[in-house]
Design a protein around this ligand. Structure first.
Ligand SMILES: Cc1ncc(COP(=O)(O)O)c(C=O)c1O
Length: 318
């Protein structure tokens, strides 16, 4: 297909416009975009669109050398070289390629590309006769039960955890979200939501899961983990539930209030890479005695045995 693309400062054929598979836009949706209408060869409100793109990049902590002028000039160069006069321009700026970790890489090599395509026709009478719509639930950042690559919120939670020197960001729902932080700095600099909460305080909110792990709490020998709605039902979570049942513990899949984290005897995370991971501190509050608890230890041991027996049976079959 012959189409010119602006990629990182150069104008090339689309087939030669190679972007790494490790680009964080591809892995996590960790990027921003703009769409600009080209009328009679002129890019309408180009300055405003580029301004919004750069403001978004600043808020997300994407570090780059692009300026308002250099991006606008790249967009105009592409329009001139393609010769498209009635078109839709797409500009994407991502945090660029890096080894896959949810938190931000130490060095960022952002990717910028711009495309310009002929404008898509809109039905002739849509603007004169009006159009119809259908209502839908707003599920942006929803559908957590599917392991999609729509992971920007998870990256932010992990980046916050990373900056606070802790392993995981536990995600809470049901908080008052009227004053969401406007930048990654504000988001990451804030203490954990439970930092200033005492067990007796009023505190709405429940825990769903970690940025890349499921969460369990243990109280008086009983185990609970958030239900499958609004979480990714992890493979390791399922095995942990099986093992807990096998060991004879009482286990419930139920909504877990955020405050339960403060009064739990034990908290642990489950994930393919982290396996069964004890949590000894949440937002500065010690969990239980502040060390890995016996039920977590027992399940972690059973998990290791399960892994070893699977590996052994594969070797036998091989
Ligand atoms: C959001 C989220 N929850 C839970 C998990 C744990 O899933 P699993 O045990 O299948 O690795 C992951 C793993 O990547 C995850 O991304």
């Amino acid at each position: 297909m012959s189409q010119l693309v602006f990629l990182d400062g150069r104008i090339v054929e689309v087939d030669a416009a190679n972007v790494s598979v490790l680009d964080r836009a591809n892995l996590f949706g960790d990027g921003l975009y703009e769409v600009i209408r080209c009328y009679s060869g002129s890019l309408f409100e180009l300055g405003t669109h580029v301004e919004r793109l750069l403001a978004g990049a600043a808020a997300l902590g994407v570090t780059h050398d692009w300026t308002q002028e250099s991006l606008e000039s790249g967009a105009r160069r592409l329009q001139a070289e393609t010769g498209i006069v009635e078109g839709e321009m797409y500009i994407q700026l991502s945090r660029g390629p890096a080894v896959r970790t949810h938190y931000f890489p130490d060095s960022q090599f952002p990717t910028v590309f711009i495309t310009l395509s002929p404008v898509r026709p809109i039905p002739a009478d849509a603007r004169t006769a009006g159009t119809s719509v259908i209502t839908c639930p707003d599920m942006r950042h929803g559908w957590c039960h599917l392991k999609t690559v729509n992971l920007l919120s998870n990256c932010l939670a992990k980046e916050k955890a990373h900056r606070h020197g802790v392993w995981e960001g536990l995600m809470l729902r049901g908080l008052d979200t009227m004053a969401l932080p406007g930048s990654v700095e504000e988001y990451c600099d804030a203490p954990g939501e439970l930092a200033a909460v005492s067990p007796g305080d009023e505190f709405a909110g429940w825990v769903t899961e970690g940025a890349s792990a499921n969460v369990f709490v243990v109280k008086d020998g009983r185990i609970a983990t958030p239900p499958k709605q609004n979480i990714l039902p992890g493979v390791t979570r399922r095995i942990a539930l099986e093992l807990a049942n096998e060991a004879g513990y009482e286990v419930k899949e139920r909504r877990v209030s955020a405050k339960e984290l403060l009064v739990a005897d034990e908290v642990f995370l489950t994930s393919t890479v982290g396996e069964i991971m004890p949590v000894v501190n949440v937002d500065g509050h010690s969990v239980g005695e502040g060390e890995p608890g016996p039920i977590t230890g027992k399940l972690a041991h059973m998990y290791t045995e399960r892994v070893a027996s699977c590996a052994a049976s594969v070797q036998l079959r091989g």
